[in-house]
Design a protein around this ligand. Sequence first.
Ligand SMILES: [Zn+2]
Length: 456
Amino acid sequence: MRCVASSVLLVAACASASELPPAAPSAAIDVQTAAADRPAAVDSMLDTVDPAQLRASIELLVGFGTRHTLSAADDPARGIGAAREAIAAHFRRSPRLRVAFDTHRVEPDGRRVDQPTDVVNVVATLPGTMPEAAARHYYVIGHYDSRVTDLMNRTADAPGANDDGSGTALVMELARVMSQHDYDATIVFMATAGEEQGLLGARAHAQAARERGVDVRAVLSNDIVGDPTGPGGARHDGAVRVFSIALPPEPDLDRMRTLAATHDGPSRQLARYVHEIGRLHALPVQAKLVFRRDRFLRGGDHTAFNEEGFAAVRFSEVEENYDRQHQDVRTEGGRSFGDLAEHVDEGYLAGVARLNAASLAHLANAPSAPGNARIVAAALSHDTTMRWDASPEPDVAGYEVVWRDTTAPQWTDTKDVGAALQATLPMSKDNVFFGVRAYDAEGYRSPVRFMDVGTG
Ligand SMILES: [Zn+2]
């Protein structure tokens, strides 16, 4: 049952979950949400993600020869300068986007930068339309710089079709598609530079955002998302890995020990959210969650945001082909190397794009997760009382308590408690993890706020 704030009767009926019959333990969140419960506006928006547009953007990016961060900035046809002008021009074709170059001067560092260099992120912002939500920012990013075998080689052809032309093309396509609609909160489409030289563009942007107090709620980083085939020929068309770090940079370890909240940091909740949205919309490419920051021996821009305290996850295809990334384009003994456009499957890439677009649409239209959520642990009891603060958006229609076994990776159960700011469920707080989320009347749900523990 959905309890809607505008209905006095329903609110009254839902005011105290303790008056409800015992919670059914079997209603898994991600499968119980029937098609009728998902916003049709999201489905129709997803239908307009166009594989041909993605293919065109891949070809456009590869056409600049190299997009190495240290390559020519002023050649109109070749190098990273021409590439970023083309990305900005693409963004500008959507009149509702605010397009800007986010430039950071980097001096030689003795490692991966050997000349003074402008590292330039291309940023397109779609302002939120709800005053109470517009300050919340949701990012989708991909890095447009590329590389070959020698990290410092700035002149050789570095097509970077998949790493990370795929992520960049995805960002460009979502900017085109999503800017044709309104969202309560602000969405930022960003192509970063300097990733291969050490996450330079993302780190500078994330640091500046933290220093300026920008309310960055989530970052979806897409890096190597265009090739569903593995080196042995296996295909993984139905999944994309979503990596998430477990904990924020400075976790409160005493609190962690008390709550056993070792898998419930904000990035991990974001990853679960993406997974659930993929299930809700029955998307062709589903999230395969990896509870790990990133792959071994590799890094990515999401980590630059994590380090500044922001929730951020990384999307990457299931099985990478190392012959096709960070390689000089060549053939050796009949074996072909290089990150070529022919290895990107735009149909698969469109599937990954839809998972991103659906997640962003829900995040940016849903209310905020409730604050100050806590289990009341004032006395020993066999049931569990929880309280939380109201989410600030005016369209909040109610709240859902969610829970899972302490050994379970995903939220498994939910109880709609209507507009109430507290609930008592007939189950022991000792045996499960609890969280709470807000929803609006259109069916958009916030990410889950993990329940802390308090005495009142
Ligand atoms: Zn990459």
